[in-house]
Design a protein around this ligand. Structure first.
Ligand code: ACO
Length: 370
């Protein structure tokens, strides 16, 4: 028996591989430009709210709807989801919120009065808020179907009406992370959709891919890093120490962007709009960001490593008083928009995604693998 030692020709991370055609979003990593639903990110965020973005994405994916339809349907879906949220939260006590969300979404059906993409999108904030409140020892708060998605999420989470600035910041966050090309979780959702497994399975799969720290699990560790650094004076020593130990700095680097992630600018703008209460923390974070960028440049001169969306996600969600354990689940509340639209788009192709692998293992008859 011989073992083939030649390295696989396939890039280990599929970089550069075009896995689908999409009208939903485009990530231009060289220019730092993000188009979502046919608009540049800044125009989208300044023109629409989350319901408006959902309507654009779902319409582009082949399910025509307008913002008003979406708002009403999501309100109904939040109310429907609340019935199961309290028992879910009790059952999942003591576990990470993202695991409770995974279980809550997996329990949903593809069949019912509401379409599955509406049921999933509506359920996400209800489940996250109920899980977070139960973890904090407080009772879940029922949804208000008349409110916008962002406002109702904050209200259910905190048990009181949010400020206009907080609603705007959360709405901006959900729109900003709503879709982002063929990222790992969207690819996962599309692979599952390509087997005709339907929305619920695809979205649960997407969430499973999102939760890792190399993808949507980074913002909690970003705050852990800021806490560990503690003071501006400690920034250089801490960051250099981490790099010397071969650790990755959370909130920096990206597979596609070679310049600053445009979502970081969008969220950074919202952080400063939240005003005095977060200014000191924001100034400290900015100092750490600049320190990290300088030291990363010296550490990897040939590999541009700039700030990604997760650095400012962490700051924004902290400023909005979202519990750290709910950061990744809050990302999912926004990204379910893109996942559900990509599932629709994939289903319309009717084509199974089934790539190949280059076999580098043992061939029993002693010949090298072809
Ligand atoms: N800190 C330190 N070094 C880094 C970082 C980082 N944040 N990111 C990449 N590098 C280094 C790698 O160690 C690697 O070095 P090597 O060539 O000596 O092995 C080199 O830069 C290239 O890294 P790759 O892993 O090839 O780059 P890739 O495109 O696969 O990585 C990723 C992208 C996973 C996001 C990476 O930059 C990373 O781990 N960042 C930290 C985690 C993070 O912020 N995740 C959120 C991403 S945004 C999102 O998904 C929503």
């Amino acid at each position: 028996m011989t073992k083939k030692t030649q390295k696989s020709a396939a890039a280990s991370g599929l970089e550069g591989v075009v896995a689908a055609e999409t009208v939903l979003s485009q990530v231009n990593g060289a220019e730092g430009r993000l188009i979502i639903a046919g608009l540049d990110l800044a125009d989208l965020v300044d023109t629409y709210d989350f319901e408006g973005v959902l309507a654009r994405l779902w319409t582009l994916a082949g399910t025509p709807c307008d913002r008003g339809d979406v708002k009403a349907a999501l309100g109904a879906a939040r109310v429907e989801a609340f019935a199961a949220a309290t028992s879910l939260a009790g059952r999942c006590a003591g576990r990470p919120i993202v695991e409770g969300l995974r279980e809550g979404l997996a329990a949903l059906s593809d069949e019912g009065d509401l379409p599955a993409h509406i049921r999933l999108t509506g359920a996400a904030p209800v489940l996250v808020a109920s899980l977070a409140r139960t973890a904090a020892g407080t009772e879940p708060v029922a949804p208000d179907p008349t409110l916008g998605h962002a406002e109702d999420y904050l209200r259910m989470l905190h048990g009181k009406a949010p400020t206009d600035a907080a609603i705007r910041a959360m709405d901006t966050y959900l729109m900003t992370v709503s879709d982002h090309g063929m990222n790992a979780s969207t690819f996962t959702a599309r692979v599952i959709a390509s087997t005709d497994a339907k929305q619920v399975s695809a979205i649960v799969g997407g969430l499973c891919a999102l939760k890792g720290p190399l993808h949507g699990g980074a913002p909690g560790p970003v705050l852990d890093m800021l806490d560990a650094i503690g003071t501006k004076a400690n920034a250089v020593a801490w960051v250099q120490g981490a790099l010397d130990r071969g650790e990755r700095l959370m909130g920096f680097g990206h597979r596609i962007y070679r310049v600053r992630d445009p979502r970081a600018d969008m969220l950074g703008r919202e952080v400063t709009r939240l005003g005095d209460a977060v200014n000191e923390r924001a100034a400290f974070a900015l100092h750490v960001e600049e320190t990290a960028k300088t030291l990363l440049k010296a550490h990897k001169p040939d590999r541009p490593l700039d700030t990604n969306v997760e650095f400012y996600t962490a700051l924004l969600l902290e400023a909005l008083d979202i519990p750290r354990d709910a950061f990744t689940p809050t990302f999912a509340i926004g990204r379910v928009a893109g996942w559900t639209a990509h599932v629709m788009e994939q289903e319309r192709t009717g084509r199974l995604i089934r790539p190949s692998a280059s076999y580098i293992g043992v061939v029993p008859d002693g010949r090298d693998a072809a």
